[in-house]
Design a protein around this ligand. Structure first.
Ligand code: ADP
Length: 376
């Protein structure tokens, strides 16, 4: 194996878990992040403090790397394109990222390629919303700078337009969702593709946070295959190298709609560390180092829950839940080493491996004394 150095733009937990996978292959990772206390920083001696959104900073950082990837979409896409042009192995490519960085461009790409999405319209400013005759309820999404639901709002009637986002946004029909699904596709530079089993995200509607995620999703085999085929087609149409997570809605009528895409390791793939033949992180490393992409088969059903920062006063219960999980043989606890603890901040995750019904019961036992209850 030729020694390869991977540069990662952004040093969050996704970079941290990518580095952990790279370490197994003796591959060195460099990290660029604005914050020298980023979760991935202690995992590498080659940490550069700098802004991944700055063109020159990215080019300078990449000089010591053979391959470049990302931890978050908020990086300079033009710099990625320039690096690809100069022969660096870049996954995802700059032009793919440019589409995905903007929710309006994503929707237009999907619609033009003929992929099913919620019916949508694009607006440049709030004032245009007032003039349009919207069919409420609708969901409004900021074109950029949305994150973990922060840029998403439901507008139930014209009265709600007063609190709508200003600036470029997409307005979508509010879908009656039966299940939220996500599928990850890994594509190498020879365009070999593997697809993971779909996962199902179960939300806490009141708080608008992920309660837990089940893998594989509890859907019939035909739907499972349709969802995987769709994700593979999206990856192919985008021409993306590396990972692509495709989030979808399954409607009560069995319709599958694509919600959004992420061209990087995804929260919905944490469980692949313990519950798939090759983790999403290892596959990204393999792709970046021109190793064969690894088998994506599920090795066991799993349930993944995010460990979110507890609210003030709930710290002891939060710790008790982690301690309880650590005593259970099928529970894999991951902590991201974040020094600053804020309520709802992602501090880690737990993957439970086993039989689905038992996993849900175990989740309920764990969370009843832990953070979920404490946040009431
Ligand atoms: P983010 O990128 O911030 O996670 P998403 O586009 O995934 O934003 O939307 C966040 C959540 O809002 C989704 O997981 C889903 O529950 C809900 N949502 C988004 N779009 C729609 C829609 N068209 N109809 C109904 N619910 C939606």
């Amino acid at each position: 194996m030729k020694p390869t150095t991977i540069g990662i733009l952004g040093g969050g937990q996704l970079a941290r878990m990518t580095i952990a996978a790279a370490m197994r292959f003796g591959i060195r990772c460099h990290v660029l992040d604005k914050n020298n206390d980023a979760p991935a920083a202690p995992y590498t001696r080659y940490f550069t403090q700098g802004d991944p959104q700055d063109y020159q900073t990215v080019l300078e950082f990449a000089r010591s790397c053979d391959a470049i990837t990302i931890d978050s979409e908020h990086v300079n896409a033009a710099a990625l394109s320039a690096l690809s042009a100069s022969g660096v192995r870049v996954a995802p490519q700059g032009d793919v990222l440019e589409i995905i960085q903007n929710k309006c461009r994503q929707k237009i790409f999907l619609a033009q390629a003929g992929f099913p999405t919620a019916p949508f319209q694009i607006f440049k400013a709030r004032i245009e919303l007032e003039a349009a005759s919207l069919k409420f309820p609708v969901v409004q999404k900021r074109a950029t700078h949305g994150y973990d639901g922060q840029g998403v709002i439901v507008l139930n009637s014209a009265v709600d337009l007063a609190r709508a986002f200003d600036g470029e946004s997409v307005i979508e029909e509010k879908i009656a969702i039966a299940k939220e699904l996500a599928v990850i596709v890994a594509t190498d530079f020879a365009l070999n593709r593997v697809v993971y089993d779909p996962v199902e995200m179960v939300f806490d509607v009141k708080r608008n946070i992920l309660k837990y995620q089940l893998a594989p999703a509890a859907i019939d085999v035909i739907t499972m295959r349709r969802v995987q085929e769709l994700a593979l087609s999206v990856a192919e149409k985008l021409g993306v190298h590396g990972l692509l997570a495709v989030e979808m809605f399954l409607t009560h009528q069995g319709e599958i709609l694509i919600n959004e895409m992420a061209p990087r390791p995804h929260n919905s793939g944490h469980h692949t560390i313990e519950a798939a033949a090759t983790s999403q992180y290892e596959n990204l490393v393999r792709i970046l180092t021109a190793l064969p992409v690894g088998n994506a088969a599920t090795t066991a059903p799993s349930l993944m829950l995010n460990l979110l920062g507890p609210e003030l006063g709930a710290e002891a219960q939060f710790e008790a839940m982690i301690t309880a999980a650590l005593k259970q043989p099928n529970a894999h606890v991951h902590l991201y080493g974040k020094r600053e603890v804020r309520p709802y901040r992602k501090l880690g995750h737990i993957t439970l491996v086993g039989e689905r019904d038992a996993l849900i019961r175990q989740y309920e036992d764990l969370s009843s004394g832990g953070v979920i209850e404490a946040m009431e």
